[in-house]
Design a protein around this ligand. Sequence first.
Ligand SMILES: [Zn+2]
Length: 174
Amino acid sequence: MSEHLDVLLIGVCALWGASAGRVLPRAAYRFSVPAGEEWRTACPAGHPVGGWLGPARCRACAGPPYGPRTAAVVVTALVCAALAAATGTRPELFVWLLLAPVGVLLATVDFRVQRLPDPLTLPAAAAALVLLGLTALAPEHAGSGPRPCSARSPSAPATSSSSSSIRAAWASAT
Ligand SMILES: [Zn+2]
């Protein structure tokens, strides 16, 4: 992959992370309740909060946000950019990019109330299994265990030509 494509991919993934991070604060606020309590349905002043995705800001209060704001955007963007840099243009990247915002949301809730809500962990685990299973069917995946030949030389033809040259050398030696 060329350097330009690398930078472009990382930039696009950072943008995706930033947009995903923008809609996390409301969910982070609503899920941040101690174990055994109902998920929050109202802002700190008691106005009803509708929906799960979006900024954690109450129109009725017109006050400051009651949930995470910039941090969620920055952290999710950085996580997605790091995943893009580490994974490159492989099918698994789509799975990581879908799961990363859920991971940031889980980390936020865990940080605030030391718990990982089941409505987040269970679907995320199921989605990871199904989606990673699907990427295993796609070409260019990298999840089928050790492949020493392809690890040493990423292009298959080079591997087969080197093994055929070994075979030719063996044939000429015997
Ligand atoms: Zn309010």
